[in-house]
Design a protein around this ligand. Structure first.
Ligand code: KG4
Ligand code: ZN
Length: 344
């Protein structure tokens, strides 16, 4: 099977074609991603109206490029998938309408994909991982631990009570003057920093549930910045690096603690340790991946993570989720409505 996937729910316009492989897993025939970084940079974050217009300007070209790179015409596809939520509704509408139009014109099934399911199933494309697995989904808008039992079968262990972890990275980047997008900038700054210089809280650590909270950590970083500025004037590069490293270490420790708790619950339900998967934009962070690999190993489990380039938003994950749904005989009507909110 070959499926075209279109992703436009945030600030990446993306189109890709994937193919199911003979055994497990799949093959990416093309994967085009256009980041709108430069359009949003002056505003220090994603501006929904600018994003929607940029998606409209670029989506047709990206689809054409993805098809050309895959060496396929629309007639050779088995289906067309597009993100239909959750996300910034203007952008979601652009991608969903594009996918529906292609499906209608070429008489192909249309699959309305939940963006979170795209992140959740990516490891089945890249690593051919079998169900069930424990998923830590960490992106700009979400932070959840879920037992993934099948396509469309998710059981939530816990989620954030306030900010998503990517959101915390983005806000801390702003506080430190590291600019947008925040996650990669904080990771770069942290690489040269001392993670022990600033004592920051580890919110929710040790709690018996699997929930998260990051707003207190973000506030603690703001207070540390204010104190440092009061004592020594504007932050220098050293202070920035140490703050970034201290923040990233706090996040790592919290994720480790929450994941360890979820791994224990998952193993108890399964009767054996099951794999831990980390996905979503924040999963691109190398030091967080290393921290999670440690807790997985301690629990007798393995950590499986998509390559960093497939952690952040892309079309291949949407094409793959569409392919998995089509394989189960699921397609969606062309009047399927876009959903700004759509929990897994
Ligand atoms: O999955 P994604 O591309 O978009 C959403 O679905 O939200 O995730 C974007 C989020 C942003 O908050 C970004 O700062 C964060 O992922 N991110 C990172 C890194 N790369 C992206 N956070 C920490 N370290 C990174 N290397
Ligand atoms: Zn995403």
């Amino acid at each position: 099977m070959r499926v075209l996937g279109i992703e436009t729910s945030c600030d990446e316009t993306a189109a890709a074609v994937v193919e199911s492989a003979a055994g497990r897993g799949g093959r990416i025939l093309s994967n085009r991603v256009l980041s709108q970084l430069e359009e949003h940079r002056p505003f220090g974050g994603v501006v929904p109206e600018i994003a929607a217009r940029a998606h409209l300007d670029h989506v047709d070209r990206l689809v054409a490029e993805a098809m050309a790179e895959a060496g396929l015409g629309f007639a050779e596809l088995d289906g067309v998938a597009a993100t239909v939520g959750p996300g910034l509704i203007g952008g979601v509408l652009v991608g969903a309408m594009t996918g529906k139009a292609i499906a209608a014109v070429h008489g192909k099934p249309f699959v309305a994909v939940n963006h979170l399911e795209g992140h959740a199933l990516t490891v089945r494309l890249t690593d051919g991982l079998d169900f069930p697995y424990l998923l830590l989904l960490v992106s700009g808008g979400h932070c959840q631990l879920l037992a993934v039992e099948g396509v469309g079968r998710y059981r939530r262990y816990g989620s954030t009570l306030d900010d998503a972890v990517g959101e915390a990275f983005d806000k801390v980047a702003k506080l430190l003057g590291l600019g947008y997008p925040g996650g990669p900038a904080v990771e770069r700054a942290a690489a040269g920093g001392d993670p022990a210089r600033f004592a920051l809280p580890r919110p929710m650590k040790g709690r018996p549930d699997c929930d998260f909270s990051f707003s207190g950590l973000k506030t603690a970083v703001r207070q540390a910045v204010e104190k440092a500025v009061e004592a020594a004037g504007p932050l220098d590069e050293r202070a920035r690096a140490d703050l970034a490293a201290s923040f990233q270490a706090a996040v790592a420790e919290v994720l480790q603690d929450r994941a360890a708790r979820a791994l224990a619950r998952f193993a108890a339900e399964l009767g054996r340790p099951g794999p831990l998967v980390v996905a979503g934009g924040v999963a691109a962070n190398r030091s967080l991946r290393a921290a999670l690999a440690e807790v997985a190993a301690a629990a007798g489990a393995v950590l499986v993570a998509p390559p960093p380039g497939l952690c952040t938003d892309n079309g291949a994950m949407i094409a793959w989720a569409g392919l998995e749904r089509l394989r189960l005989g699921a397609a969606d009507p062309l009047d399927f409505r876009a959903r700004p909110r759509w929990p897994l």
